[in-house]
Write a new protein. Sequence first.
Length: 297
Amino acid sequence: MKEANFSVVVPATTANLGPGFDSIGLALALYMTVDVEPSETWGVHYDGDEYGNLPTGENNLIVQTIQEVAARYDKQVSPHSLWVHSDIPLGKGLGSSATAIAAGIEIANQLAGLELPPVEKVRIGSELEGHADNVSAALLGGVTISYYVGDSIDIVHIREPEMGAVILVPPEALRTEESRGLLPGQLPHAEATLGSAASSVMAAAIARDDWETAGKMMEQDIFHEPYRKHLFPDFEEIRSAAKQFGAYGMTISGAGPSIFVAVKLGEEAKIAEQLMEKFPYYKGLAVQPSSDGAVVR
């Protein structure tokens, strides 16, 4: 077992990008940093008030992940203090739970000397998270397109997508469980076929850095947007305005409650300011993709 002081840095993520439901993720240049120090007991210390209600002992998600990953390989790790600083809004559709899981996997890998290959980290993270979209992007960076079933996962990784993004963050958080409860149990075959086609074209366009086409396909989602968009004040008005301001496309970030707007690289700050001025209910974050996933420093 490794006893050392080190830090793990993990990016925020947005998932789905519209029709890529539970399969496509994008890492964003907003980060959570976890400083790891030996201690007599497990303790998690958060900067700022936003994370103040999270557990700070062994029931914390990062600690639970560390212990779960180590146990899978018949390893034990001694208690550590985790000092967490995060730029990622909590409960706002930017993968905060996946970021915690990714951090736990990297910390366990270091402390237990597991030397896990990237695909194994993603497989474990997908199992713990329940789907692969956010956690694969958090671990690998860039855009990830994943097929995850059972204990098997296949991933296409696009490290450096050429685009920018605006995240419109509302003042209130939304539990993922509540948002998922709005989805239907099944869709008609013909409708699902259209959704699959939109997802396929979007994934191919992203791989070619054709964000004009990708943005168009983002807005053809039938898997979740029609059932969730009523939760977002001025949703259709924001979509129309974003297009007027030159955006590629707009959709819901993950399960919500934030909105993801894909824009030309370098125009994210301008469009964020324009959208905030027109829709002051939301806070606009101008971000770019993070080509790096979770890293140990």
